[in-house]
Ligand binder design. Structure first.
Ligand SMILES: CC(C)(COP(=O)(O)OP(=O)(O)OC[C@H]1O[C@@H](n2cnc3c(N)ncnc32)[C@H](O)[C@@H]1OP(=O)(O)O)[C@@H](O)C(=O)NCCC(=O)NCCS
Length: 143
């Protein structure tokens, strides 16, 4: 597996994954994102030095995305991830997040909705541990 930085050219792929019903259900914000808003969001993300957005590729094929947003106040990177709907339940989420955490070598945090058991397993596989629960959201960190 390889993690490459996302570019604005990845907008369509990322929008499809973002608006997939299961992704929306498991996200903190569940609304469907319109294309124009998504493109502006992506432009801002790729230009922001504190935000690192990657596409995971397996044998050259895009299979997922993982984002690490740096918070300068806390020095912690907040992670979020999605695997392509066609690539789910193939251990690629586990592989992708573990690879990112190992490459970053920083303090990381992930917020996971209670009941999202695949994501809990992904976080634990990457070495994160549950720190607290707040209003149905679980906080996982590696520190
Ligand atoms: C949640 C999500 C990231 C899981 O990714 P994935 O690549 O399918 O996960 P993996 O294949 O690495 O599986 C991780 C674990 O969950 C289990 N799992 C995955 N999908 C499952 C399913 N549909 N039903 C039951 N178990 C499942 C796997 O068996 C594995 O368990 P194991 O460690 O015991 O082997 C993916 O479904 C997704 O993108 N969902 C929508 C967005 C989302 O929820 N993002 C995360 C927000 S924190």
């Amino acid at each position: 597996m390889k993690l490459r930085r996302a570019t604005t050219k990845d907008w369509k792929l990322l929008l499809e994954w973002r608006n997939d019903p299961q992704t929306r259900e498991n996200s903190i914000t569940t609304d469907e994102v319109p294309a124009q808003r998504h493109k502006i969001w992506l432009e801002n993300v790729v230009e922001d030095p504190n935000r690192h957005l990657y596409i995971a590729e397996e044998s050259g094929k895009p299979v997922g995305t993982v984002r690490a947003d740096y918070d300068p106040e806390t020095g912690v990177y907040e992670l979020s991830w999605t695997t392509a709907p066609s690539a789910r339940n193939m251990s690629l989420g586990k592989k992708m997040v573990k690879l990112l955490v190992a490459t970053l070598e920083k303090r990381v945090l992930a917020q996971i909705k209670q009941g999202n058991n695949p994501s809990i397993k992904i976080a634990e596989h990457a070495g994160l541990r549950r720190q607290k629960e707040n209003d149905g959201v679980l906080f996982y960190t590696n520190y």
